[in-house]
Design a protein around this ligand. Structure first.
Ligand code: ZN
Length: 427
């Protein structure tokens, strides 16, 4: 283990400083698997919409660690007897490593190839990696415990819920960080206040009733961020282009197409046999280098989509009142006649199909509800007390959009007045 003369700090724009007091954490940060997170953006393609959103999974992971550290040190300062002190290291390591398995532009990659980042996080923690060797220095079964917390199978709810619940260190960090880097004003909430009202109670993390308004603020900021940032239609457009690049490249690969340029990790991914070693080589630098090469491929669809992605010539969108299948078919036909394969250039997108919702009162692993602790010692689920939370609970946010090439829209859309007015939301 590293020589440890004193506590280390990272300067951070969201938390000001991130304090590392345990050499184990420092050693984990310095593994190559954790350093790889510097080459993966936290918000995928959102930088096309909000140019500041270039922050990495590296900075978010440190932030989640720091919030977890602050929560635990508050529990320790108050000497809450419901807090299992022996779990501190486990929580801190799981917080730091919870996203270590993210791939490049995770959500698009996961949709096309079915690779799930949480599973990869656990493979990295348990496999033949530097992270695994550092964790094993604690005890032979420590990596399995950390993986258990990340994959939510660890038996103590209180430990899992610090890292993943509806009020956890992960969500609190990404809301503040994403708001900061996108430059929007509405993702802010009073983190210090929330940390002060959280406490361990009978094997759960709960919130003192007097802290309800601070939590309302946090949930409202979540609501705003979904609408304004995460589901922004321009970001969704860039994700569609990205997904279709992967889908086209995979279809070409399956059909035996000879790529002029195909790096080994992508070949393995297309073959459906990617192993840990190659997965760790996949990052956004490599992926974007591949896209730049693919703009010179023979296949017109692949090269055009890659050019669109790199040069931000995304698909245009419209918001029809309803997704009428007959108009949608007309749109596909017309786009096809204009020379674009509708398979890759026309799409309906409904962000609420994703499993995002602002807040759900139910109980499932990783979705533990927010419980208020009344003076009497009774626990009440927050949406039953707060009208504000009640009104946004279980609601999906987002609106359906239709995407198509801008070139088709400006040259041909008006030739079919009915289709045009459907796209304009007039029919
Ligand atoms: Zn995270």
């Amino acid at each position: 283990m590293t020589f440890w003369p004193e506590e280390k700090v990272f300067k951070d724009p969201v938390h000001k400083y991130i304090y590392v007091q345990d050499p184990l954490i420092w050693d984990l940060v310095n593994t190559k698997e954790f350093q790889r997170l510097r080459r993966i953006r936290q918000l995928g393609t959102s930088f096309f919409t909000f140019h500041g959103a270039e922050h990495s999974r590296f900075s978010h992971s440190l932030g989640v660690y720091e919030i977890t550290r602050k929560i635990i040190s508050q529990f320790e300062r108050n000497e809450y007897e419901d807090w299992p002190v022996e779990e501190k290291r486990l929580c801190l390591c799981a917080a730091l490593l919870h996203d270590v398995g993210h791939g490049p532009f995770s959500h698009s990659l996961e949709t096309v190839f079915g690779e799930h980042h949480e599973l990869w996080s656990c493979r990295i923690v348990q496999g033949d990696t530097e992270v695994n060797r550092v964790l094993r220095s604690v005890s032979p079964d420590f990596p399995d415990q950390v993986a258990g917390v990340i994959c939510k199978s660890y038996p103590k709810e209180i430990v899992v819920s610090l890292v993943s619940s509806q009020l956890d260190a992960d969500r609190m960090d990404y809301l503040l960080r994403d708001a900061y880097f996108t430059g929007v004003n509405y993702g802010m909430f009073d983190l210090e206040r929330i940390l002060r009202v959280m406490r361990p109670y009978k094997g759960k993390i709960v919130v003192k009733e007097s802290g309800m308004h601070a939590v309302e603020d946090y949930l409202m900021s979540r609501y705003q961020m979904y609408w304004q940032v995460y589901f922004h239609p321009v970001t969704r457009s860039s994700e569609i282009v990205l997904r279709n690049i992967f889908a086209r490249a995979k279809a070409l690969f399956d059909a035996g197409y000879e790529f002029r340029f195909l790096v080994e990790p992508l070949r393995k991914l297309f073959e459906g046999k990617i192993d840990l070693e190659h997965y760790l080589l996949l990052d956004e630098s490599l992926t974007q280098a591949a896209f730049a090469q693919w703009t010179m491929e023979q296949d017109a669809v692949l090269s055009d989509l890659c050019g669109r992605f790199l040069n931000r010539k995304l698909l245009k969108y419209a918001a029809p009142v309803t997704i009428d299948p007959s108009y949608f078919d007309k749109l596909r036909d017309s786009v096809l006649q204009a020379g674009f394969d509708p398979e890759y250039y026309v799409q309906i997108d409904f962000p609420a199909d994703l499993s995002y919702d602002v807040y759900r009162p139910g109980n499932s692993p990783g979705k533990f509800p927010i419980l208020l602790l009344e003076d009497s010692g009774k626990l009440v689920e927050i949406s039953r007390k707060s009208d504000i939370v009640g009104s946004i609970s279980g609601t999906h946010v987002g609106r359906q959009h239709v995407y198509f090439p801008e070139e088709w829209f400006s040259a041909q859309a008006r030739q079919s007045p009915a289709l045009f007015s459907w796209l304009k939301g007039e029919t």
